[in-house]
Design a protein around this ligand. Structure first.
Ligand SMILES: Cc1cc2nc3c(=O)[nH]c(=O)nc-3n(C[C@H](O)[C@H](O)[C@H](O)COP(=O)(O)O)c2cc1C
Length: 368
């Protein structure tokens, strides 16, 4: 199974399965001299699962982070960093009952065909949302690197089903409040409606999707390597690599298609001696290169495939039509758990490009 690594200078390799022993990541190319502890990474991993049982799956994992290599005296050494969490609360019996019946909307069918029936189907195997922990651990390191250079990446839930956040909040409000609600929406009143929408769809034996917005603040001008490693192209790739992501847009995004040039263009102005734009329809990237305006990215997340409602499927062994009610523990909406994963996807891509562009050095500071 190839395709488990991403990046050119800051290279992330993900490994592990949902019901195997561990989920982990190796980062090759992390600059030396970055202060890093297990607690730093743990703090990010702990944000993954909202503490509201009504909106998440019943699987309870401690997800204790272990750093196995690449850190010495609480500083990165420049050698590969290996980080893992264990899978402990594993119950594979529901998957034995379903292994012949691919879940509509999930990767069961495509993985079964591609890997000749050898892929680990338990808990969705490599295609489980749990695998995003690898990205979140790498994202924790990337965010610490970015913070050293004043760059901040933060994501939040903008919509769940038809419930949309329509208030305009400052970046600081979004940044500081996004993890205060279980759905990861920085406005408490909207968050309550989103939570109710998730609970209602779960009661109905169904699931629901939503939209996540990711902001990259203080990204310097000039990050990105056109043509084929354009910053927007690489960010979109990393975000599409997250399970359940079905759309990515920057700035005005799909709405730009209906605007006139005079409406969509962002006028340049000088502000306090620097070049800026009056609006940000371009979402902080022009020609695949960061413009110095905030990155504004949105992803569309589909409803969870595994639902209790009866669905049509096929029996792989007999090649007959069949029906399926998905058993097991599933998230009624994957959006809240995908928020830190989306932050991480953008952070690791930015770090990779900032190292390539010379914005982040390979050694953070000389040690005596
Ligand atoms: C954080 C997260 C959690 C997820 N949890 C579930 C789940 O509990 N049940 C499920 O069927 N799919 C879940 N998914 C979605 C599937 O992993 C995904 O839809 C599947 O692998 C097919 O990939 P695709 O939707 O990208 O085509 C989750 C996704 C993410 C990002």
């Amino acid at each position: 199974m190839a395709g488990n690594s991403i990046g050119k200078e800051f290279v992330i390799t993900s490994f592990g399965e949902s019901h195997g022993k561990i989920v982990g990541v190796i980062i090759d190319g992390c600059p030396a001299g970055l202060p890093l502890s297990e607690a730093d990474v743990q703090a990010e991993v702990d944000r993954r699962i909202p503490k509201q049982p009504k909106i998440v799956s019943g699987r309870t994992e401690k997800d204790t982070v272990q750093i196995l290599s690449g850190v010495f005296n609480s500083l990165t050494t420049g050698a590969p960093i290996t980080m893992t969490v264990e899978n402990r609360d594993v119950n594979s019996s529901d998957y034995e009952a379903m292994k012949d019946l691919p879940r509509p909307g999930h990767a069961d069918f495509t993985a079964h065909i591609k890997y000749g029936g050898f892929s680990d189907y338990r808990g969705g195997g490599r295609f489980s949302g749990r695998i995003t922990i690898a990205l979140i651990m790498a994202g924790a390191v990337a965010k610490r690197l970015l913070n050293q250079f004043g760059v901040d990446v933060f994501a939040y839930t903008k919509a769940i089903g038809n419930v949309k956040l329509d208030k305009s909040l400052s970046f600081e409000e979004v940044r500081s409040r996004r993890y205060e609600t279980a759905v990861r929406c920085p406005d408490k009143a909207t968050a309550k409606k989103m939570e109710d929408a998730i609970v209602a769809s779960r009661k109905d034996g169904d699931s629901i999707g939503g939209i996540i917005e990711i902001i990259g603040a203080n990204v310097p001008v000039g990050v990105g390597e056109p043509l084929f490693d354009a910053l927007d192209a690489d960010i979109a790739k990393a975000l599409f690599d997250l399970p359940a992501v079905k759309g990515v847009e920057f700035g005005a995004g799909f709405k730009a298609a209906a605007l006139k040039g005079s409406e969509n263009n962002d006028a340049f102005r000088i502000e306090k001696g620097s070049i800026t734009t009056l609006t940000n329809n371009h979402g902080g990237i022009l020609g695949g290169i960061s413009s110095g305006m905030p990155l504004v990215i949105r992803i569309a997340v589909k409803p969870t495939p595994s639902i209790a409602k009866e669905q049509q499927t096929v029996a792989l062994s007999t090649m007959e039509n069949a029906s399926l009610k998905v058993l097991g523990r599933h998230d009624p909406c994957v959006v809240p758990k995908a928020v830190p994963a989306a932050e991480s996807a953008v952070a690791i891509t930015l770090v990779d490009h900032m190292i390539r562009g010379g914005f982040i050095p390979k050694v953070m500071k000389e040690q005596a």
